[in-house]
Design a protein around this ligand. Structure first.
Ligand code: C2E
Ligand code: MG
Ligand code: MG
Length: 665
């Protein structure tokens, strides 16, 4: 048999268009399935029946001793012939039906072979009882052997016929004939009926078994399909995060047990949000599918797995032997996506095709080796790749001080910073040159470690951004500014720095509105400084957030103008209330060229109609220059250093507009 039971059954059961064909096929299948069992049963049955048949020789000796030698001889001859024939047939590979026929013939022969010589006995009374045993042959045909139904009926009918012939010949007593004839006939009817029921039952058991197998197979198939579905990303067809997490754990276990190295590659599609916003979500999806396919194709020669880690981020896992292997894999991924040449005109960084940034980390001995650490490292490397202008590969560098355990500690500390009072705000005065008065403050965040050591914002702000804690910290800063300054003092404006991540975070404007409402502070007294940097995509979400904030009356300032490449395009997109020119331009203005540069920048911003604030005023000369350039506001150590609110109050620092001039602290 070349097919399995469930296969065939599944095939036939589903052919609903031709039920008769299905039935026939099922019956054939039933016979095929039963065949092996039947062959076994026939052999076992005959080998069991023969000794019993031979043992009845004792009954012959007891009941019909005069003919016993003949009956016994007949028994032996029939038995040996039957067994020999059967065994030869089996060896010759005879069909099961032929074995059945041989068995049925043996049964008839054994009955006739015993009955004929036994009837010659002079022990007529004994024989009249002994003849009852003939019913056993009928039972044998109908119940003991598993012949098919027609052969059983034919064999048992022959036994019945033989009996009736023998009865009419052997015993003339009509009552005896009626009684024993009826007995035999009843036996025939009952055993045939039971045989019929048994056959049907066997077939039903087979059908039930087949149905159970079909159901089991369908359940298994459903299970496999479900598993595949739950492990596959529906858009790209790559493995999803769940599946990749499983693989990661497996690779990690292999590394810890057998030191089989592997690397984790985080791949992010550059400026994908801009692509989505400009080309639409359908094109965005198509782009992701193409990138996914390309990445997968390019990875096949490295025996790496690739999955979608979420949004526009992919993840690849690959074993490696040397660091060069890792670099080659990462560079291949970057290059193949670039070679795809999918147009992306909106990125404005000198490239006009879709590219990816790749961050990689890899297994290596570490006293505190953890899988989470590895992912975190790859994430950091990716962050660096993006910060380095994108379309770049960055390998995690354990020797980089920024990647030290201290950074890990800061990341952990930031989670408890608000609750443990580890963050605070200092305020730096902002002066309006036309009135020569302090008109505002900039709130600057400070973080200290548990031992009191201060961590510079240049360290902890990027970490807070990467871990997402910046969202909570940012709202905390706005609330604190409202509590410490805006709700009780009459400072006209306090600016708070916001991270782009906050602007992208849904509900940020609503949270700001809630804080202002709760504190009873007018929106116009709060300014939010957005730093011009590589990390901000001015996508529709950010622009919508800015517009919502403006509706609240909140002022939007552009911080550190001139330090990034996006500043000019931002000036077109957003109506900033104030633009803060980065201190580096003022510090360079000591040369004629630097001065001309500063002057040009001032003209540019002024022509756009924005107010101008220059940061980093440290000397009287710089102050004079800024006055000369008719700058609106200034900020810097010359005006006042950042200080805690208590200190500012204690020193009676005139940071309030009504209290007079601001002097350097
Ligand atoms: P920023 O917003 O441009 O802040 C101005 C930085 O220049 C401050 O450094 C300030 O202390 C320093 N500064 C002020 N006057 C002078 C001067 O005359 N000369 C020189 N050389 N430096 C001066 P700080 O406090 O270390 O802050 C660094 C940066 O950290 C900030 O730059 C801002 O981007 C970020 N930051 C600070 N607080 C927050 C915050 O609450 N949220 C976010 N997202 N970023 C913050
Ligand atoms: Mg600032
Ligand atoms: Mg600044």
């Amino acid at each position: 048999m070349t097919h399995t039971l469930a296969d065939t059954a599944g095939l036939d059961l589903h052919q609903e268009a031709s039920p008769q064909r299905s039935k026939d096929a099922l019956r054939t299948l039933f016979l095929e399935e039963a065949d092996v069992q039947r062959r076994k049963a026939i052999r076992q049955g005959l080998w069991l029946a023969v000794p019993i048949y031979l043992m009845f020789s004792l009954m012959d000796i007891l009941l019909v001793p005069d003919v016993a030698p003949h009956t016994m001889f007949a028994r032996f001859v029939v038995s040996i012939c039957a067994l020999l024939t059967l065994e030869m047939q089996i060896r010759a590979g005879a069909k099961t039906n032929q074995l059945d026929i041989a068995c049925a013939t043996a049964l008839i022969c054994s009955y006739v072979g015993w009955l004929m010589p036994a009837m010659m006995t002079s022990y007529a009374t004994n024989m009249s009882y002994y003849m009852v045993f003939g019913a056993m042959f009928m039972m044998g045909a109908n119940l003991f052997f598993t012949f098919n139904f027609s052969l059983s009926i034919f064999t048992s009918s022959l036994v019945l016929l033989t009996y009736f012939v023998a009865l009419s010949y052997f015993h003339q007593d009509i009552y005896y004939q009626i009684a024993f004839g009826t007995f035999y006939f009843s036996c025939f009817v009952f055993t045939s009926y039971v045989n019929f029921r048994l056959n049907r039952e066997r077939y039903h058991v087979f059908l039930n078994a087949i149905e159970a197998k079909v159901q089991q197979r369908q359940a298994e198939e459903r299970g496999v399909a479900l598993l595949r579905l739950s492990n596959t990303d529906p858009l790209t067809g790559l493995e999803n995060r769940r599946a990749i997490d499983g693989r990661l754990r497996h690779l990690w276990d292999e590394w810890t047990e057998k030191e089989r190295n592997f690397a984790v590659f985080l791949i992010d599609v550059d400026f994908f949000k801009k692509y989505n916003d400009f080309y639409g979500h359908q094109e965005g999806d198509r782009c992701l599918m193409q990138v996914a396919q390309t990445l997968q194709d390019s990875m096949s020669r490295f025996d790496a797995v690739i999955g979608r880690y979420g949004g526009e981020e992919f993840i690849a896992l690959a074993r490696f032997t040397t660091a060069r292997d890792i670099e080659e894999i990462a560079e291949t991924m970057r290059q193949t996506v670039q070679d795809l040449s999918l147009t992306h005109e909106r990125r404005r960084d000198g490239t006009s095709v879709i590219t990816v940034s790749v961050g990689v980390s890899y297994t290596r001995p570490h006293p505190d080796a953890k899988l989470e650490r590895l992912i975190n490292e790859a994430d950091r490397a990716l962050y660096l790749a993006k910060a380095n202008g994108r379309n770049t590969v960055k390998l995690f560098d354990p020797n980089d001080p920024n990647n030290s355990d201290d950074t890990e500690n800061v990341a952990a500390l930031l989670n408890i910073a608000i609750a443990q009072n580890l963050v605070s705000l200092v305020y730096q005065p902002i002066k309006t040159l036309s009135t020569d008065r302090a008109t505002g403050l900039e709130a600057l965040m400070r973080l200290r470690l548990l031992d009191g050591t201060l961590v510079p914002p240049s360290i902890f702000i990027p970490i807070a951004e990467r871990t997402g804690v910046i969202t909570d910290l940012g709202l905390w800063a706005i609330r604190t500014v409202c509590q410490q300054v805006l709700s009780c003092e009459e400072t006209s404006v306090v600016s708070v720095n916001v991270s782009p991540i906050q602007l992208k975070c849904p509900g940020f404007a609503t949270s700001v509105a809630a804080i202002l409402g709760e504190m009873g502070v007018a929106g116009g007294r709060l300014a939010l400084e957005i730093t011009e940097g590589l990390e901000v995509d001015m996508n529709s979400d950010v622009l919508r957030c800015i517009s919502d904030l403006k509706t609240l009356g909140v002022k939007i300032w552009l911080d550190d103008f001139g330090t990034g490449f996006a500043g000019l395009s931002w000036l077109r997109l957003v109506e900033f209330d104030t633009v803060k020119i980065d201190k580096s331009f003022l510090h360079d203005a000591c040369t004629p060229c630097g001065k001309a540069m500063l002057s040009d920048i001032v003209d540019l911003i002024r022509n756009r109609g924005h107010k101008i604030l220059v940061e980093g005023v440290e000397t009287a000369e710089q102050m004079e220059l800024l006055k000369e350039l008719r700058i609106d506001q200034v900020q810097g150590y010359y005006v006042g250093r950042p200080a805690a609110i208590e200190k500012l109050k204690r020193n009676r620092v005139p940071y309030l507009p009504r209290t007079g001039l601001i002097r350097p602290i």
